[in-house]
Write a protein that binds this ligand. Sequence first.
Ligand SMILES: [Zn+2]
Length: 249
Amino acid sequence: MSWSEVEEYLKKDNRIIIPIGSTEQHGKFAPLGTDTFAAIALAEDTSTRTGVLIAPPLWFGWSPHHLVRPGTISIRAEVLIEVLYDIIRSLAKHGFKKFVVVNGHRIVNIPWMQIAAERAQRELKVRVVIFDPAYMSKEIADKLGFGPVGHAEEIEISHMLYKYPQLVNLSKAKDYVPKEKPLYHVDPRDPRDTLCYVPSTEEDMKALIEASGDSIVGRPTMSSAEKGKKYHEYLVSRLAEVLNMLKEG
Ligand SMILES: [Zn+2]
């Protein structure tokens, strides 16, 4: 778009979607950009349906635990806070008032997005909501029989098989389900008591690599484009619902 097209848009709407993902290893079989592709796919298909504008995606997130694999690019937590705040501040200056941040890097980016969102709401008098697929698909994930959120597991790989099948080589995928840690169940669907999420240490990741032969957690071989389609369409409806709520104030 040109700046004048953005100006035209602002005469009729003040909502915008900001897709944020990560560039981090997703096993031997899926691209480093998986999380960003997920955020872009949800943003684009919801934009087509609702007409709400999308900001350019942020391809980097907080991924210190995945630096054990080449190609991963991690920005520091404080950098993520500042970048997101500056994106919102720039757009707010032009008249955008309602922001939906779509987080493709499920769970992990959230604390920093929350800090940026709170500061933006307080200082810029805007509304910011955070849309995370892991929190927004609890109902459909159960219906589709998905296992827990892991990493490069059947949920995000089904999504990729539906939207970007050319980027996935499932023949290279191997499942790995580690033994559960006591009092640590960070999938938002899990009703049990849990400690809060903290990314794995480098030593944890090395142990994972040793045990699994790759660096993933979950059952990617259970992925299917058909499940990915249902998951995607459900999330697009949810995101459209959120945008409607914002429109109505
Ligand atoms: Zn991912």
